[in-house]
Design a protein around this ligand. Sequence first.
Ligand code: ATP
Ligand code: MG
Length: 415
Amino acid sequence: MAALQPVRGTHDYLPDDSRAHRAVEDTAREVAERFGFGEIITPIFEFTDVFARTLGDTSDIVTKEMYTFEDRSGDRLTLRPENTAGVARAFISGGLAQSVPVKLFYRGPMFRHERPQKGRLRQFHQVGVELLGVEGPLGDVDVISLGYQLLDALGLTGRSILHLNSLGDPESRQVYREALVAYLSGHKDKLSEDSLTRMDRNPLRILDSKDEGDREVVAGAPLLSDHLNATSRDFMERVTGGLTDLGIAFEYDPKLVRGLDYYCHTAFEFVTTDLGSQGTILAGGRYDGLVKQMGGPPTPGIGWAAGVERLAMLRGEDAVTAPRAIAMIPTGADVESEALKLADRLRRAGFTLDLGYSGNMGKRMKRANKINARAAIIVGSDELAQGTVAVRDLDSGDQETVALSALEAVLVRFR
Ligand code: ATP
Ligand code: MG
């Protein structure tokens, strides 16, 4: 019954999972708002061209991972594999260039047809930010610092390290590209098929290859850092200077690339050693060429994206707990409607009330324990006649008689 299984690489998030998931998203949005980034919600599908043209036709995402389909009107659409292209599209089509700098936060599902494994899904979720219209390195510092503060808020700065590189300006990259191709041409016999096709169109991506043979060749390749011109070096120094001022530690990683042509200057990743080879938790860079390449006004940009599942997994299962409920326990059918009204009153006052719906008192008490309720309100007809109920602290077992009028005041300590 394949149809009754979730599609490979997709998951249902039951309440405990979704709570941990939402906590990451909410924290990210709060931190982003502290930096002045407002949320943008773009469609989860776009015209295929939005991704195909911007991610480049040699990238893994475009060649192997996109969910592309033709809809009933014959439009070629793609479920978004990432959201920078979608945000840039919205920036252009929404005429946002008038109001730069534009600071945007997003969250939501992304889709990639990858080989599923722990921390690698086909529908996964990202939180991310894009800063558009800022040319100088202060933008890079602010955006990286936003990522750092998010990891800090999640308690993860001690378990991850910032890797940083400069891809230089277009001039530096051109010079480097020639040096790299000259070097790689001497080792064609050892390069993978993929890398051979990348050689003409996007040789920088070979630096990022996971193929063994490629890696051996790459180990001896010239370094981009040796080909940076003065402008590029100065830019990099101002970024690292800003990070140092903020006390954000980083490791210089000369092999870190974002292979796409529109990336320049700063490239960075926060990496953890706790998730095996799925260790990149937050990755980004500067993409000054993107908006222009998509047909918009030349606009510099920088941003990052982080995988929500990986962040939630790193934090562990105990990081977020559900609020503990108060169980409403009528002792008999004659007081059920009073109990219901009382629950209604307390919920309106902001308390978390669990109704058992049926069963005798013993059964309802059992359920209260099973859901780890913090307290129980026991409603009996004699007590009600006197305007009271019993409130039991389920942690200590202590029970007291409480006047209906004082209920909210007494329950505050069980919130
Ligand atoms: P990787 O090297 O792990 O494939 P990537 O370079 O494809 O990562 P990006 O496109 O930069 O990743 O996406 C940013 C973040 O999104 C990643 O660091 C990761 O946390 C998360 N991510 C990417 N792909 C997946 C996936 N298939 N499942 C879960 N999370 C993912
Ligand atoms: Mg990938």
